[in-house]
Design a protein around this ligand. Structure first.
Ligand code: SF4
Ligand code: SF4
Length: 170
């Protein structure tokens, strides 16, 4: 966690977030990395409804500890998979996301990464996820300020969720 004093930023009208990361942070996803797509993706209820219009939920989602996730599946290839040969059901062989490409949509957690959000004392907080510090290659490699582009990472539904905590993993 940053040693900077957290800043309150209005991302949408009357929708504020407490920024816990270094305000100088920049981010640009690194082509061909796909690390964050090797894991099961948390689906908020609204995501589940959206996904139901685009994919077969019985084939692409699973339940774990009372939460819904996009399944990981064995890919039978060497690239764009985790060490166990698996990756997100929607990650294509070329490292691109089927949902993003064909539906122009992706689950909220995929927009939020490499950030993480949680609710504390009624406020939505945002920081870099611990796993991103370790694995995400896109941190501080570009000129694109995160704090100035928070709407690209934080869909507005996050403010309506009872439990927006994105740090729940499969
Ligand atoms: S849904 Fe798409 S963006 Fe999200 S983890 Fe899967 S492949 Fe990656
Ligand atoms: S881990 Fe970071 S750089 Fe790699 S695909 Fe995910 S967001 Fe992009």
């Amino acid at each position: 966690m940053s040693t900077e004093t957290p800043r309150r930023v209005e991302v949408y009208p009357d929708r504020e977030v407490i920024v816990e990361f270094d305000p100088d942070l920049t981010f640009e996803c690194v082509e061909d990395c796909t690390w964050c797509c090797h894991h099961g993706v948390l689906l908020y209820d609204r995501d589940l409804l959206e996904l139901a219009q685009r994919a077969n939920l019985a084939e692409t989602t699973t339940e774990f500890r009372g939460e819904k996730f996009v399944t990981r599946e064995e890919k039978g290839r060497e690239e764009h998979v985790a060490e166990d040969g698996c990756a997100c059901a929607f990650l294509r062989e070329d490292g691109l996301c089927t949902l993003h490409l064909e539906e122009d949509w992706k689950p909220t957690r995929c927009s939020v990464f490499p950030l993480g959000v949680w609710l504390e004392d009624g406020d939505l907080h945002v920081d870099i996820r611990d796993s991103a510090h370790e694995h995400c290659e896109g941190l501080n490699v570009s000129e694109r300020s995160v704090i100035d582009n928070l709407e690209a990472f934080l869909p507005e539904i996050l403010w309506d969720l009872e439990n927006p905590d994105s740090d729940r993993e499969l």
